[in-house]
Ligand binder design. Structure first.
Ligand SMILES: C[S@@+](CC[C@H](N)C(=O)[O-])C[C@H]1O[C@@H](n2cnc3c(N)ncnc32)[C@H](O)[C@@H]1O
Length: 234
């Protein structure tokens, strides 16, 4: 495992050159490089509320519903594909217009979109022991054998950052996928991490908020596999 990822390497240069943080309400986009390393959540959100991060937030369905449901939780959706970042912004915009949401009311002031690579963001910008929950729903399964090395749960830097940035004792990791073989692999890989333990009753309080992929797969009659992990105290 690389102890200190090299942020000058080609992979990061290619995937993070456009990295931005987007404020959903104001549509203001700020280059990620302008933020401190690591970030200071209280200064970033302007409040001391807990932070939850969705990795691969796609078209933003979960992000919108969860942030509306929990106004005293701060949410960051990390998405590296620009088209999904734009679709997420449009989703929020439509919702704000349709429901006549007053932009000054504070609604959605608890959401930011990070247009960047999740591994880059977690290893560099997320402070240790600072995240209340990670949500990773329908991570790309890369089904072809030669592409499996791209699976995010195979990246040791990512797994290390994921566990160390969760809050000890209470920090949770929520996972869902339709891909049984990848689900088994994720469970095997997470079992190797001494800082994480599976939670027995493995349901999320927000399990009733389906992501876009989940809605599609449920309609197709596919099984959905879920698990929840908790960070141990040390
Ligand atoms: C299969 S889609 C699932 C989207 C959404 N979670 C859902 O369930 O509808 C996986 C998403 O993760 C994003 N993604 C994959 N790897 C990523 C990474 N390293 N950093 C940020 N986003 C990533 C992809 O661009 C894609 O939008």
């Amino acid at each position: 495992m690389r102890e200190n990822p090299d942020y000058n390497d080609l992979y990061y240069q290619n995937t993070t050159v456009h990295s931005q943080i987007i404020d959903i309400v104001t549509a203001r986009a700020v280059p990620l490089g302008e933020f401190p390393v690591p970030m200071e959540w209280e200064a970033f959100f302007g409040n001391p509320h807990p932070v939850e991060i969705e990795i691969g937030s796609g078209k933003g369905r979960f992000l919108l519903e969860a942030s509306k449901r929990h106004p005293t939780v701060n949410y960051i959706g990390i998405e590296r594909a620009q088209k999904y970042v734009v679709l997420t912004q449009e989703r929020f915009e439509k919702h704000i217009r349709h429901f006549g949401v007053d932009r000054a009311s504070g609604t959605f002031s608890n959401v930011r979109l990070a247009w960047t690579d999740a591994n880059y963001f977690l290893t560099r910008y997320v402070p240790p022991a600072s995240v209340q929950a990670y949500h990773i729903y329908f991570p790309d399964p890369w089904p072809k054998k030669r592409q499996r090395k791209r699976r995010i749960f195979r990246n040791q830097d990512f797994l290390s950052a994921l566990t160390h940035t969760l809050k000890p004792n209470r920090g949770r990791l929520y996972i869902a996928t339709d891909y049984e073989e990848y689900f088994q692999e994720i469970q095997e890989r997470l079992a190797d991490l001494s800082l994480l333990r599976p939670v027995e009753a493995n349901c999320s309080p927000d399990q009733d908020i389906p992501t876009n992929f989940e809605m599609k797969y449920v309609l197709e009659g596919r099984n959905i596999y879920r698990s929840v992990y908790e960070r141990c105290s040390s």
